[in-house]
Design a protein around this ligand. Structure first.
Ligand SMILES: C[S@@+](CC[C@H](N)C(=O)[O-])C[C@H]1O[C@@H](n2cnc3c(N)ncnc32)[C@H](O)[C@@H]1O
Length: 283
């Protein structure tokens, strides 16, 4: 088996243990949540029939599979740290009979990638976890051919994300806000500032950087009770509830359910997510 270098060891540990296992076990739910951003991402990536596509932090591989379908005479490669998620990704692709897709385990920041091998690199929320984002995007950049493209979505500030603020806000009446790391620390909001995105991508050798705001309805569950049951197992909830005793956890979860109920619709519970849609070119 090939040894792959890992620079982001804490992230590798998280995505190979509880966090990655939760994502792998709830593949459909996470895909339903992020799914509303997928068309924005794939549209911006402008994948052609013959493209070779790299999906960074591909996780369970939904975007890799969709990219492979678009690149029907090309292929797509998913790269991720997480063994449990890559296992789901490979099994799902095989189940769907998609032959032009492969998955690789590795750290995008340091993974040796073939030079100028890809027409386009994409990512749906998989590029915010790098300790050294300039090194990571530069590494990805070397794998994109000159004239090739980069397209990704990443979260805007927590405060602009209703899908987190509504449940976390309700829970915060009972528990303390966990340490989310300083601005720029690896984590979901590390690329929340558009100016920082432009500097990082510029320093990593990209040109023509565009950052656009996108809102999308995220489906968190069939109804409030279903969403609470799911959300309590997520990394954010585990961090929020870690220090609370069982009665406090129960009260906090009741409050989350109450806060979510007004967002129930006939076909599920939806809250808005707000992301940056970023595109750039490899000169
Ligand atoms: C929020 S999940 C998104 C997964 C997937 N793109 C999706 O939309 O469902 C973030 C993903 O990035 C991966 N990841 C984090 N840091 C990484 C790194 N340095 N190299 C490769 N993958 C990484 C995680 O393992 C995880 O699968």
């Amino acid at each position: 088996m090939t040894e792959h270098p890992i620079a982001n060891t804490e992230q590798a540990e998280a995505w190979n243990s509880e966090e990655g296992q939760h994502w792998a076990a709830h593949q459909d739910r996470y895909d339903a949540m992020s799914g509303a951003f997928t068309e924005h991402l794939l549209g911006a990536a402008a994948i052609t029939e013959t493209d070779t596509v790299l999906d960074i932090g591909c996780g369970n591989g939904q975007t890799t599979r969709l990219a492979a379908r678009r690149a029907s005479r090309g292929r797509a490669v998913g790269l991720d740290l997480s063994a449990p998620m890559l296992e789901r990704a490979a099994a799902t692709a095989a189940g769907e009979g998609i032959a032009n897709v492969t998955f690789e385990q590795g750290d995008a920041q340091v993974q040796p990638l073939p030079s100028s091998a890809f027409d386009v690199a994409i990512s749906r929320f998989g590029v915010m976890f790098f300790a050294d984002p300039v090194a990571a995007f530069a590494n990805v950049g070397t794998a994109i051919r000159p004239g090739g493209r980069l397209a990704f979505v990443c979260w805007q500030d927590l405060a602009r994300n209703e899908w987190l603020m509504v449940p976390a806000g309700a829970a915060l009446a009972f528990v303390e806000l966990p340490d989310l790391g300083g601005p720029g620390a690896p984590g979901p909001f590390s690329l929340a500032e558009p100016d920082r995105i432009e500097v990082i991508l510029g320093d990593a050798g990209f040109a023509d950087v565009h950052v656009d705001s996108v809102d999308a309805p995220m489906r968190l569950g069939a109804d409030a009770a279903d969403a609470v049951e799911f959300l309590r197992g997520t990394g954010m909830a585990r961090a929020l509830l870690a220090k609370a005793d069982p009665p406090t956890v129960a009260r906090a979860l009741d409050a989350v359910g109450e806060a979510l109920r007004p967002h129930e619709q006939a076909d599920g519970l939806y809250l808005t997510g707000t992301a940056w849609l970023v595109t750039a070119a490899r000169p």
